[in-house]
Design a protein around this ligand. Structure first.
Ligand code: HEM
Length: 449
């Protein structure tokens, strides 16, 4: 067969091409390997959820593209981060869609309700600390009586919280009933393609023995638990990350460069889970933010038996003596500072209160390793540790990474004029006006070059 070019030229070029290829492979492997090299390969089918997260995030990207068509715009980032977080947990957790995420549609009532639990709850600190535990402990009054009494009180926060609970309950009940109906028709149809958490729970619950089976009200309660645990925390962390990126343009630029390089290297719009995790700057930004600004700064616990708490170093008691341990009587409520552990200068060093994503490019300080912090994530207590640790932390990390990957690539974020007030009661929440209940985080966005 005739070759379209002079065959002698091709034959002479072969050894040079092979030599060039060898040089290129060696250079890529040893001189400037890309972090994604380690994780190339077929996508892991068990981690396909990343593509579901991308699909939801693209809707937000489209809203922002629409908004910035005429130039820079101020947006309430809290509003959009909450909508996306809710939709992600609705689709992956419950196999339903609650929010089309468009400029023209309002947020789902579940979002507007769940988002206000913390701000209204904050106004009832004394009631929650002293009265509610007694109501639970002594099982005072039926739910109907409690609701009736709330109606008689002049307390707006109590009434608001009751309305919030009603809204969330009503939507959760509807969802459980729909799932039950589908379950009755056959599990194949029921699960559809999605192995969502609620679907699996209900399917297994239906098979469980009478004594192991969760009653309906507990299944319904799981929906509120998951929504609340997933939505408020992740949206709070996302707000903080974008606020920091807006304030540190140099970090934002480096992050954008890393994302764009990854896109080019992968030759694809969407990295899979492993590829996303292999981006060091993206990972450093998230780790550092969750270290210095954990969405929940403290957790409360009730001591179930008399306990002696050993201390890492002696403290002075009121009578001036040194002690190495504290006695905590049964039923004492204690608050453990997750923030305090994450930022302890004795472990993390003098620059502990500086936000430095690069910190994570080197091994963590020896003292941090030696302290054996029991947290499930990165020597941090942000997601707690032990039997009650956060079960959604990898889910949340992936959600944040996907959102940052998509948005920072396309948009530039700069601070808005208003000062943000970060309130620390409950989950950390951004506000612009302390007298308002509604969380808000204005930020300027424009198209990135
Ligand atoms: C940045 C995001 C998140 C943070 C900082 C966070 C933090 C925490 C913390 C500190 C706890 C322990 C609370 C306590 O026991 O007092 C917890 C529990 C929990 N989290 Fe998360 N979380 C996040 C995201 C998520 C997501 C996305 C989900 C669900 C998909 C989730 C589901 C849960 C659940 C169900 C629990 C209760 C676990 C149990 O008590 O056994 N979380 N989370």
């Amino acid at each position: 067969m005739d070759l379209p070019v002079d065959s002698s030229v091709v034959v002479k070029a072969v050894p040079s091409a092979i030599a060039a290829l060898i040089v290129w492979v060696i250079a890529r492997r040893f001189v400037f390997p890309h972090p994604l090299d380690k994780v190339r390969g077929p996508p892991n089918p068990s981690l396909l959820a990343a593509s579901q997260f991308f699909a939801i995030t693209y809707k937000l990207r489209d809203v922002f593209l629409q908004k910035t068509a005429e130039g820079p715009q101020e947006i309430d980032f809290m509003r959009w981060a909450t909508r996306v977080s809710l939709e992600i947990i609705a689709q992956s957790g419950f196999g339903t869609s609650w929010d089309p995420i468009t400029e023209e549609t309002d947020e789902h009532p579940f979002t507007s309700s769940a988002k206000l639990i913390v701000p209204w709850g904050k106004k009832l600190l004394l009631f929650r600390t002293f009265v509610m535990p007694l109501i639970y402990k002594y099982n005072l009054g039926t739910p109907a009586l409690q609701r009736f009494l709330i109606g008689l009180t002049p307390s707006t926060p109590l009434k608001e919280l009751r309305n919030i609970v009603d809204t969330m309950h009503c939507h959760s009940l509807k969802l459980v009933n729909e799932k039950k109906e589908a379950l009755a028709k056959g599990s194949g149809e029921f699960r559809n393609d999605h192995k969502d958490i609620l679907g699996i729970l209900m399917e297994e619950n239906a098979k469980a023995s009478e004594e192991d089976r969760l009653p309906d009200n507990e299944v319904i309660a799981q929906i509120s638990t998951f929504t609340f645990a997933a939505m408020d925390t992740t949206s709070s962390a996302l707000c903080r990350i974008f606020w920091l990126l807006a304030k540190h343009q140099d970090v934002q630029d480096k992050l954008r460069a890393e994302i764009r390089e990854a896109k080019q290297n992968l030759n694809s719009e969407e990295p899979n889970y492993d590829q996303l995790n292999a981006l060091p700057y993206l990972d450093g930004v998230i780790r550092e933010t969750l270290r210095l600004y954990p969405p929940g700064a403290v957790v409360g616990r009730e001591c179930r038996k008399d306990t002696i708490l050993p201390l890492s170093k002696p403290i002075k008691t009121v009578d001036g003596t040194d002690t190495q341990e504290i006695f905590i009587p049964k039923d004492t409520t204690i608050f453990a500072s997750l923030l305090g552990s994450n930022t302890n200068p004795e472990l993390w060093g003098a620059d502990t209160y500086d936000w430095k994503p690069e910190r994570w490019f080197s091994p963590v300080p020896e003292k941090v390793v030696e302290a054996r912090i029991p947290g499930v994530y990165s020597h941090l207590m942000t997601f707690l540790g032990g039997g009650r640790a956060c079960i959604g932390f990898k889910f949340s990390l992936m959600e944040m990474k996907v959102l940052i990957y998509v948005l920072v690539d396309q948009f530039k974020f700069t601070p808005a004029e208003q000062e943000i007030i970060w309130t620390m009661a409950g989950f950390t929440t951004p506000l612009v006006d302390r007298s308002k209940v509604q969380p808000e985080m204005p930020i300027m966005i424009s198209r990135a070059d």
